[in-house]
Design a protein around this ligand. Structure first.
Ligand SMILES: *Cc1c(COP(=O)(O)O)cnc(C)c1O
Length: 424
């Protein structure tokens, strides 16, 4: 089945007389008939539901759909994109371990890595995504456990060379984790270029309607943990907290996701509400139609913005002259990577703010990647504590406007941009 059909029919497969829409199992717990039946579940000898913190049928059906979309073997939903990134790393790393990460990643992920996980004893080396394979290889240490990158970085828009990072990771014997939030599997499937694990903030295009915060981790099943029994002892060696069970021996290609469930979800508990999973699934049913329209409208508007004399610059990898365009052509299905771009207004910070305030249809919100078009000015909002010099060092020009193109008529959006440009 193609990705388009899987968006609609992946996951939940109703049988005779069953509801066509995935039911919301709003239940913390599940009933059994004998004590032994329940004991087998606790031992992971039998599969079944017993407590929603570990697993819930609604969440599982939606995770199954996302696994199918990415071409993976298993997936788990989390309560946010941040929880997905946290668990993807913590499922492999503990205090004393090290991770190589692209420096161009979502600000929340950067802080999670550079501050919060560092406080827990996990070290990160950030590398320029444009670095040569030789330079990337230098970042590895004997205690490196994985590599992390973002297909299209939020907000810089930089496109990751997935195959280059996968090669570097595999040469060292560790997996590549890729945050695929912006393109979604409709436009790019990182497993096809060698990524091993994919994460998502389902909050963005997958939901697409600003209705829930959620995340997902998908495993390709391709990384052979048993080849490195010491490096990945958490997956290969017996887990004393699960009666001496080895995840790899007991679950094969499902090992990574079973461990994330049985170990991390059990102990840290970041499950989404089944109702949120239901909302996410409604979004997924039209993802293939929406994301293409987002990407197409963004390309139309980026081309228009580029021609406006008052616009200083436009950064969008869908534009043929953009440095990321080569990688879009190589890795993406279609000429445009997503619906998010950045641009600046001539005259710097003050003019960019004045321009944004003059917009009428395009709203100012702290969000991206949903049906309503919106803008954000990082220098005044997400990064407002930084001086202009610090902003420059962080790769965020003071005039940068992040623009998420929604599902409105692109001509109405251009008209709005035009009248706002006329006011400055
Ligand atoms: C928003 C976002 C996240 C974090 O997701 P939340 O659901 O807000 O926790 C992670 N990665 C990327 C690329 C994002 O855009």
């Amino acid at each position: 089945m193609t990705v388009d059909t899987l968006c609609v029919q992946g996951g939940w497969q109703p049988k005779k007389g069953e509801p066509r829409q995935v039911p919301v199992y709003a239940s913390t717990t599940f009933r059994y008939e004998t004590s032994e039946q329940m004991a087998d579940l606790f031992d992971l000898k039998a599969s079944g539901y017993f407590y929603t913190r570990l697993a819930n049928p609604t969440n599982d059906q939606v995770a199954k759909k996302i696994a199918a979309l990415e071409g993976g073997v298993a997936a788990i939903l989390t309560s946010s994109g941040q929880a997905a990134s946290t668990f993807a790393v913590l499922n492999l790393c503990q205090a004393g371990d090290h991770v190589v990460s692209s420096a161009q990643i979502y600000g929340g992920t950067f802080n999670l890595f550079a501050v919060s996980l560092k406080k827990l004893g996990i070290d990160f080396t950030f590398v320029d995504p444009n670095a040569s394979p030789k330079e990337i290889a230098k970042a590895f240490r004997p205690n490196t456990k994985c590599v992390f990158g973002e297909t299209v970085a939020n907000p810089s828009g930089m496109v990751l060379d997935i195959a280059k990072f996968a090669k570097a990771a595999h040469a060292f014997g560790v997996p590549l984790i890729v945050d695929n939030t912006f393109p979604t599997p409709v436009l790019c499937r990182p497993f096809e270029f060698g990524a091993d694990i994919v994460t998502h903030a389902t909050t963005k295009y997958m939901d697409g309607h600003s209705s829930q915060v959620g995340g997902c981790i998908v495993d390709s099943g391709n990384f052979d943990w048993s080849k490195y029994p010491e490096r990945f002892a958490g997956l290969v060696a017996p887990d004393e907290s699960y009666h001496g069970l080895s995840y790899v021996k007991a679950f094969g290609k499902q090992a990574y996701i079973v461990k994330a469930t049985a170990h991390l979800m059990r102990d840290f508990g970041s499950i989404p509400s089944p109702f949120n999973a239901f909302l996410l699934n409604l979004g997924l049913e039209s993802l293939h139609v929406r994301i293409r329209r987002h990407a197409e409208s963004a390309l139309t508007i980026a081309k228009w913005l580029k021609k406006q004399p008052k616009v200083a610059w436009v950064n969008f990898a869908g534009l043929p002259g953009d440095p990321g365009h080569r990688l879009v052509k190589k890795q993406f299905k279609g000429p445009s990577p997503c619906g998010v771009m950045t641009f600046g207004i001539k005259g710097g910070r003050a003019k960019s703010i004045k321009f944004m305030d003059a917009l009428k249809v395009i709203g100012i919100v702290t969000h991206v990647a949903d049906a309503w078009s919106c803008v954000l000015h990082p220098a005044s909002h997400t990064h407002r504590q930084l001086t202009d010099a610090q902003l420059k060092a962080a790769g965020i020009p003071p005039d940068l406007i992040r623009f998420s193109v929604g599902l409105e008529d692109p001509q109405d959006l251009i008209a709005d941009l035009k009248q706002a440009l006329a006011k400055i």
